[in-house]
Design a protein around this ligand. Structure first.
Ligand SMILES: [Zn+2]
Length: 237
C-alpha cells in the first residue's frame, strides 16, 4: 500500500522528517494573501508564523521618516518571522505580502510547542534562520558592490524560484522601493533585461523568458543565497 505523505507546499516544512510531517496538517491553516497585505508588525507580539507556499513576503526596515527598505524576501524556502525560532514572541521587523499567493499559517503557540517538543523541527528552523542571516549579510555586500542591473536580475531570479513559476505580478515602482534605488534606475535595468531577451515586462507583470540569460546577469549573491537555503534543507537525523 502506498502511503501518501502530507505536503504543505512550503519547502522547509516538506523537508521535515516524516514523524514531524504527519501531524503538521492539523496545525496549518492555508491563508491567501493579497499583494501589500500586512502579516507582521515591528514591535508587536506575533500571533502566528507564516510558511509561504507560492506567496512571497517582504521583511522591511522602517526609518523614522517613514521610508521603508526591504531587508529580506521570504518564499517557500523559509518562514516569517525568524524571531519565533529565537525564543521571541515579538516581531523585530514589519512584514507584508509582496507577490500574492498562499501561506501555511501556524499559531505562535503551536510553533513554540513544536520548537520545544521536536528536536528535528527546532534544528530545521534554526538552520533556516542561519541561512536567512547568511543571505542578509550577503545582500549587505550586494548593495555595496553590485550594480542595479545585477541586483534586479538576482531579485527577479529569486522571486521566480520562490513563486515556483516564471510569471508574477510586480510593479517597477515597488521593485525600486524594495531595492532602495530610484525607480528610473530600475526601469533602466528592466529595459536592459528585456532588450537582451531575459524578461518580458508588461502592465505590472514580469515573465522570465530566458532563465539562463537572467542568471548570467545576476550577481554571485543569487547562487550564494540559494546554496545556503538548500544546505539548510538537507539536515540528516
Ligand atoms: Zn550581489
Amino acid at each position: 500500500m502506498t502511503v501518501v505523505q502530507y505536503s504543505s507546499g512550503n519547502r522547509l516544512l516538506d523537508a521535515l522528517p516524516v514523524s514531524d510531517l504527519a501531524s503538521l496538517e492539523r496545525d496549518l491553516t492555508i491563508v491567501t494573501l493579497k499583494a501589500h497585505q500586512s502579516t507582521h508588525s515591528a514591535g508587536r507580539v506575533m500571533s502566528h508564523v507564516d510558511f509561504p507556499i507560492d506567496a512571497v513576503l517582504s521583511v522591511v526596515a522602517t526609518l523614522k521618516n517613514g521610508e521603508t527598505v526591504e531587508v529580506g524576501t521570504v518564499g517557500s524556502e523559509s518562514f516569517v518571522e525568524s524571531d519565533a525560532a529565537l525564543e521571541s514572541s515579538v516581531a523585530s521587523r514589519t512584514a507584508f505580502c509582496q507577490v500574492q499567493g498562499s501561506v501555511g499559517r501556524m499559531s505562535l503557540a503551536s510553533f513554540e510547542q513544536r520548537m520545544t517538543t521536536s528536536v528535528m523541527f527546532a534544528r530545521f528552523m534554526r538552520h533556516n534562520v542561519r541561512a536567512v542571516l547568511f543571505s542578509s549579510q550577503q545582500f549587505t555586500v550586494c548593495n555595496l558592490k553590485h550594480s542595479v542591473l545585477q541586483r534586479c536580475a538576482r531579485w527577479l531570479a529569486m522571486t521566480a524560484d520562490r513563486v515556483g513559476r516564471p510569471q508574477f505580478t510586480l510593479t517597477l515602482e515597488f521593485l525600486a522601493i524594495m531595492l532602495g534605488v530610484p525607480s528610473a534606475k530600475v526601469a533602466e535595468a528592466a529595459d536592459a533585461l528585456q532588450l537582451m531577451g531575459a524578461i518580458e515586462y508588461l502592465k505590472g507583470a514580469v515573465t522570465i523568458v530566458d532563465r539562463g540569460s537572467l542568471e548570467r546577469v545576476a550577481c554571485e549573491c543569487y547562487e550564494a543565497s540559494k546554496a545556503a537555503f538548500s544546505e539548510s534543507l538537507l539536515l540528516s537525523a
